[in-house]
Design a protein around this ligand. Structure first.
Ligand SMILES: NC(=O)c1ccc[n+]([C@@H]2O[C@H](COP(=O)([O-])OP(=O)(O)OC[C@H]3O[C@@H](n4cnc5c(N)ncnc54)[C@H](OP(=O)(O)O)[C@@H]3O)[C@@H](O)[C@H]2O)c1
Length: 245
């Protein structure tokens, strides 16, 4: 897909990885709707950065744990931008919990934001797509493919999101909508993490001996969106080989 003049909606793109993805799309001439939850100031700053790159950009807020808000997000974004050609499901929650400490409430919240919302947004996106081609990219986690007993609900949500990626890819293939996943390793320190040294220490157990950066994720995004019109239902690990050990 030639991104020039197209429109992408990137959830959770006021800050961090989502912001880097929004910038990489804007650098290709793609207009961007910056979805955010609570990061209002940062969303406005990200919009200004995108506009400075010569594209149109808008900020739109929605609580992705609230199904009513999710149900209008695609329509709200389309009302601002005129159309949506690319949906990037990047927003997520990452609660600290094990099998033993997970609760019904953390499970429901995590499954809503990380799994049900991407499903609903994908469904609304496909229903409203005006163009003859569309792209959906889901942000996965390479560690969910080798699960351990931590971040319990999160891990299962990302495992489910990989399944959603394949299933929706099959459902939408005939409509020329490609659906793919990017499975991240250690890219940025956990935003809840009080100890940034713990993130640095992860590099020593990585086969590459280093952590990644958002640019590597953006490169994978551009591969799928720009260069992979005959690829769907795939996931690519951007993790320096962590999924191998
Ligand atoms: N960072 C990594 O190293 C890493 C590793 C593995 C996988 N990933 C995956 O890559 C993606 C991006 O990572 P990240 O670290 O940039 O994510 P993040 O900082 O954990 O979350 C991104 C955004 O999600 C939004 N969000 C969460 N709950 C929301 C809600 N109820 N309503 C609206 N927005 C909500 C927040 O927006 P507001 O701030 O506006 O509220 C937040 O800024 C995620 O899917 C993550 O699971 C990241």
């Amino acid at each position: 897909m030639n991104l020039h003049g197209k429109v992408a909606l990137v959830t959770g793109s006021a800050i961090r990885v989502g912001k880097a993805l929004a910038i990489s799309l804007a650098e290709e001439g793609c207009n961007v709707v910056v979805h955010y939850g609570r990061s209002t100031d940062q969303a406005n700053k990200t919009v200004a950065v995108l506009q400075s790159l010569g594209v149109q950009a808008w900020a739109v807020s929605a609580d992705l744990a609230d199904e009513a808000a999710v149900s209008t997000l695609i329509a709200d974004a389309r009302a601002l931008a005129g159309s949506i050609d690319v949906l990037v499901n990047s927003a997520s929650v990452f609660p600290e919990e094990s099998f033993e400490t997970a609760t019904s409430a953390t499970w429901d919240h995590t499954m809503m934001v990380n799994l049900k919302t991407p499903f609903l947004l994908s469904q609304h996106f496909a229903a409203m797509l005006d163009a003859e081609q569309g792209k959906i990219i889901n942000l996965l986690d390479a560690s969910s493919m080798r699960p351990r007993n931590h971040h319990f609900s999160y891990t299962i949500s990302k495992y489910g999101l990989e399944g959603l990626t394949k299933t929706v890819a099959h459902a939408l293939a005939a409509r020329n909508i490609q659906v793919n996943g990017i499975a991240l390793g250690a890219i940025l320190p956990n935003s809840n993490d009080a100890d940034p040294a713990a993130f640095d220490a992860m590099a020593s157990s990585n086969p590459s001996g280093r952590n990644g950066d958002p640019k590597a994720v953006a490169d994978a995004l551009l591969y799928f969106v720009k260069h992979a019109d005959y690829v769907t239902g795939e996931s690519i690990c951007i993790d320096g080989g962590q999924h191998l050990v």
